[in-house]
Design a protein around this ligand. Structure first.
Ligand SMILES: *Cc1c(COP(=O)(O)O)cnc(C)c1O
Length: 364
């Protein structure tokens, strides 16, 4: 008998994955990093101090609380809902993956409306779920006739909205979300990674049990507004049955003890978070005004980033000019529906000054 494995080839990856490429966002050393919509500010020093002290009390030889009871209770309290309505995971991307593992799979599909957050379709494909993509209008708005057409034709099990939408910036009104809920045959997932920057939140519908809200899942993250992208923590607020479905597919003990502690403590610093959000919103206005004076087209934003399209020079060249000035923004110019577009994250005032100066230099 031949030695086990001798002379055999490594197996190819699943055929349905071979056309996919992983998540790409440049991680290069620059002075001004405005490409991934993180917070430019560290969490409060008091949070770090409390976290350090809390770490000393963790029994590291033991598995963490599998149900993350204290963390879920704290998040639930912050939204005025029961803890049975909260599911936590390692970043909101893992929440999205859990939803697709639980509800997607062969012979099922999810709907997205492009241009939107590309991970929705990407994670769907990884989980072997079909993707149907509707289009947004030229102004990147949702067109309810298009929504009705796509949902009516393909009957998706999950319908994804990002609100505010990444990378285009606008939040959906509650009326629009209600209209989508009325049209959707399954769950509507509203990804609110930038929810705290927006004028309204679909959480209001969950909190007051509005029409269709038992088919609504709102996803949030600590990565952006909470200044905790390095922690990897996100959650959803939904009907308890949706939470149970996600728990079914989560690996045992998937949330480590230090992460549960970090998230729980962060919620004690809501005021500080809101102060950071207010500063960034003000800076967003300043960048928007700066862009108005330059040869670029830009779109109003309810988030901590702004999408813009240089009109006097190709986007790729502008991106390179900015990089040469040690300012990194996101190049969306090759993404479907976003020809010629770049996206800048709102940073600290000095960083935004650097960005505006480098941009006007490039477009001069
Ligand atoms: C940044 C972002 C996320 C965040 O993902 P995490 O895994 O929580 O870091 C989720 N959704 C959208 C639309 C985003 O832009």
């Amino acid at each position: 008998m031949a030695a086990l494995g001798g002379g055999r080839d490594r197996p190819p990856v699943r055929p349905d994955l071979s056309s996919l490429s992983g998540y790409h966002s440049a991680q290069v050393a620059v002075e001004v990093r405005l490409n991934t919509n993180e917070s430019p500010l560290a969490p409060p020093a008091e949070w770090l101090e409390a976290y350090r002290r809390g770490l000393a009390d963790i029994a590291f030889n033991r598995y963490p609380d599998r149900e993350a009871k204290e963390l879920r209770a704290a998040i639930a309290e912050s939204h005025g809902v029961q803890p049975e309505r909260i599911f936590c995971a390692n970043g909101s991307n893992e929440v999205l993956q859990s939803l697709m593992l639980a509800y997607g799979g062969a012979d099922r599909s999810v709907a997205v409306f492009e241009p939107t957050y590309t991970m929705h379709a990407h994670i769907a494909r990884i989980t072997g779920t079909g993707v149907v993509a509707g289009r947004r209008t030229d102004r990147f708005e949702l067109d309810l006739d298009e929504v009705a057409r796509v949902l009516g034709e393909s009957r998706p099990v999950l319908t994804f909205l990002a609100s505010p939408n990444n990378p285009t910036g606008r939040a959906e009104s509650l009326e629009t979300i209600e209209a989508v809920l009325a049209l959707a045959p399954g769950l509507v997932v509203v990804d609110e990674a930038y929810g705290q920057f927006a004028p309204s939140s679909a959480l209001e519908m969950v909190e007051r049990s509005g029409p269709g809200s038992d088919r609504l899942a709102v996803v949030r993250t600590f990565s952006k507004t909470w200044s905790m992208a390095g922690v990897r923590l996100g959650y959803l607020v939904a009907h308890p049955e949706v939470v149970e479905a996600c728990e079914l597919v989560a690996l045992p003990y998937h949330l480590d003890a230090s992460k549960q502690l970090a998230g729980r403590l962060a919620l004690r610093f809501t005021t500080e978070m809101e102060t950071r959000v207010a500063m960034l919103k003000e800076e967003r206005g300043r960048i928007a005004a700066g862009l108005d004076d330059l040869p670029v087209e830009s779109w109003p934003s309810d988030a901590n980033f702004i999408l813009f399209r240089p009109t006097s020079k190709p986007a790729r060249e502008v991106w390179s000019d900015l990089l040469a000035g040690s300012v990194l923004v996101r190049d969306c110019s090759e993404w479907p529906g976003l020809a010629g577009c770049l996206r800048v994250t709102v940073g600290l005032p000095v960083e935004n000054d650097r960005f505006l100066a480098a941009l006007s230099e490039s477009l001069r």
